[in-house]
Design a protein around this ligand. Structure first.
Ligand code: 6LW
Length: 502
């Protein structure tokens, strides 16, 4: 079913909420595909499909086999998968990506972007991060990386041809990165991000007559930034351009939604936003970029709301479920107890990088998660996680439920209560902070459990700022999920319900 937008109709940003940074997009006919960074999580590189650039459905994860992505426990949080570029060329989809701690720059191909994707072609001669792919008219493949530098690439062997050459590095912001090179009309355009991925982030562009330049900077650089503004979308940068089927141009980019008082804390990581682009004098003019945009001129294809409950009746986990660094079937399986997800503990708490964990991104400012756990003779729980050093969890086992908080070097037991033996429903809610504290805290994270009669008992209400990127650092956002801390634990279902529209 499609909905023709009415005059004055609007759409909502972010178009892909939750921790989905570094978006790269391409169009094939009437279909759009988009890939994001995924860092220490496995499977890696979520891939989305859309028919209207507005409504996106996750169709897979490009790297879902150990032969494609192998991250050891010593690969830190926010290492792993950085900044893919997704392109369609010569009948195939191409992904180039940096895997920090997993082999450096790699190239993958697929005929169907939902997968399977190929095993990697290592690119030992491609330096640095944020590799891009662009083909010249004669078939030469140009790879551009952060810095900004460019080298020719043989896609079959992964060999670089010649030495990387510096091209154009922006207008003086720190960390020139995220390059994408395009042939548009008479020019080759080099789009980059600069200013760093924090509040100073921005997008700049230059153009030249050849793919190697020389590049002339746009007189209006940065063509997009929200630095030094009180705009609700901050850290805007790391963009990619796409021409829609009707000829109009659009930008996808990352941004964050800080909450609370100064300096503002964002808790869901860097999210994917959409902005329209007009061309004036052969330069792109970007915007408006806001939480609500005028709808595009074409029919929209709303994505059916996902079911609140995942009951683990299918052998395969939905692509939204992610684990830490690896997901061996001997530790994570739906085949051991029919209709349940079984986790066998390795790391003994969410402090450990080898924690056996299955979670999903928090995608709404206000949300609620519940899971029914049977701790059997073990221990396990529900955790809200930024990284190993920043998480809140409620854990069941030994006839008790206990809330723990880990903030930087400090770990503490916050509250504990006895529960009857057997399965118990654990719950987490994120919501607004009480008004007296709302000036400083982005949200409140409530952890509790359900009594046998179904009433929810909150054991702890914790300040959400400590599970934000401004506190924890790094490149990810909150992920909420199930874990095993000791022995074998089983989960019958997991509910995630938005409590706010965005
Ligand atoms: C990515 C860089 C960036 O490689 O952050 O925001 C890094 N941009 O381009 C990690 O996502």
């Amino acid at each position: 079913m499609s909905d023709q937008p009415q005059p004055g109709a609007t759409i909502t940003n972010p178009v892909i909420p939750g921790f989905h940074p570094d978006p790269s997009v391409c169009r094939v006919g009437d279909d759009y595909y988009l890939a994001c960074s995924s860092f220490e999580y496995f499977p890696g590189i979520p891939v989305f499909h859309s028919r209207d650039l507005v409504n996106w459905t996750q169709i897979g994860n490009a790297l879902d086999r150990p032969s494609q992505l192998h991250l050891d426990p010593d690969v830190p949080s926010s290492a792993g998968i950085y900044a893919p570029t997704l392109r369609h060329h010569d009948g195939r989809f191409w992904l180039i990506v940096t895997i920090i701690g997993g082999g450096g720059n790699m190239l993958f191909t697929a005929t169907d972007p939902a997968g399977p994707w190929s095993d990697p072609v290592p690119l030992p001669g491609v330096p640095g991060i944020d590799p891009d792919l662009a083909w010249d008219e004669d078939g030469t493949l140009w790879c551009t990386v952060a810095g900004i530098a460019q080298v020719r690439l043989d896609p079959n062997t992964g060999e670089t041809l010649g030495e990387p050459e510096r091209t154009w590095s922006g207008v003086g912001g720190k960390a020139p990165e995220a390059p994408h090179l395009y042939r548009i009309g008479e020019y080759w355009y080099l789009l980059i991000a600069e200013g760093g991925t924090e509040r100073g982030h921005g997008v700049s562009i230059a153009r030249g007559r050849t793919p190697t330049g020389p590049f002339e900077p746009c007189p209006d650089n940065p063509v997009l930034t929200h630095r030094s503004t009180d705009h609700p979308i901050q850290n805007t940068g790391h963009a990619d351009l796409v021409q829609a089927a009707d000829g109009s141009w659009w930008m996808v980019l990352l941004g964050v939604r800080p909450g609370g008082g100064t300096p503002g804390w964002h808790v869901m990581g860097r999210e994917t936003f959409l902005a329209p682009v007009e061309w004036v004098d052969d330069w792109p003019v970007v915007g408006p970029l806001s939480l609500e945009l005028p709808a595009p001129a074409w029919p929209l294809h709303p994505v059916p709301a996902e079911p609140v409950r995942d009951d683990f009746e299918q052998a395969e986990l939905h692509p939204r479920w992610i684990s830490l660094r690896e997901r061996p079937e001997r530790l994570v399986t739906t085949k051991e107890r029919s209709g349940w997800l079984t986790l066998h503990a390795a790391g003994a708490s969410p402090d450990e990088p080898d924690l056996v964990f299955v979670g999903r991104r928090q995608q709404h400012v206000e949300c609620s998660a519940r899971t029914l756990i049977d701790p059997a003779g073990g221990r396990g729980g529900l955790v809200v996680r930024l990284d190993e050093r920043h998480h809140y969890e409620i854990e069941a086992g030994d006839g008790r439920v206990t809330v723990f908080a880990r903030i930087g070097p400090l770990r503490t037991e916050v509250a504990s209560a006895p529960v009857p033996a057997g399965p118990v429903v654990l719950g987490v809610e994120t919501g607004p902070h009480p008004p007296e504290d709302a000036r400083t805290a982005p949200d409140l994270v409530v952890l509790g459990f359900e009594q046998p009669d179904g009433t929810f008992t909150a054991l702890a209400s914790l300040d959400g700022r400590y599970l934000s990127t401004e506190v924890a650092g790094g490149f990810t956002g909150r992920v909420i999920g199930m874990y095993a801390a000791a022995g074998t634990v089983h989960f019958d279902w997991f509910d995630y319900a938005p409590q706010s529209t965005s």
